[in-house]
Write a protein that binds this ligand. Structure first.
Ligand code: MG
Length: 175
């Protein structure tokens, strides 16, 4: 009885609390795959290698969400050894991660998402609108609470030589 009361007290204390999570991902380019970013297929650009569809933008968003809630990370929820996720759309991964999060935090309310894609190609600016629209639908979050930015790495290192690309995401949520 005492333990249950303590649980209720703990929930009351954290309810409404604001959380922030950081997600990072990087993948190597693979010329025989399609490029999918934020669930949007980008034509005429090499895709990315990976177990799923390698949508690193969504992977960074998922890890930011899970990180904000101190839940197991994307690799623990969707192990690359699990054949279930082979070539899977990362939209499904995001859907599952959101469901997993909402089961544990039923009052979860996403506040904003800030995503940066670091790559020499493709240029992100012309793709931003479609990516924001896609994220807005998937996260059920108004587009004016979502930012997508593109940066090059000024030709430096493995991103500069177009070996791969990287994504960083910060997400805030109320629980
Ligand atoms: Mg990944």
């Amino acid at each position: 009885m005492t333990v249950k009361y303590a649980d209720v007290q703990q929930k009351m204390k954290t309810r409404g609390e604001c959380r922030v999570g950081l997600g990072f991902d990087s993948h190597r380019f693979s010329h025989d795959r399609r490029l999918i970013l934020c669930g949007v297929e980008i034509p005429d650009t090499p895709g990315l290698a990976g177990h799923s569809d390698a949508d690193l933008a969504l992977h960074a968003v998922i890890d930011a969400l899970l990180g904000a809630l101190a839940l197991p990370d994307i690799g623990e929820l969707f192990p690359p050894t699990d054949p279930k996720w082979k070539d899977a759309s990362s939209r499904l991964l995001l859907q599952s991660a959101l469901q997993f999060a909402r089961e544990r935090f039923p009052h979860l309310e996403l506040q904003n998402v800030d995503l940066t894609l670091i790559t020499e190609a493709p240029r992100i600016a012309p793709l931003k609108e479609a990516m924001i629209r896609s994220l807005s639908e998937m996260l059920d979050l108004p587009a004016d609470r979502i930012s997508v930015k593109g940066k090059t790495n000024e030709g430096m290192g493995w991103i500069g030589t177009k070996e791969g690309m990287a994504a960083l995401c910060v997400l805030s949520a109320r629980i």
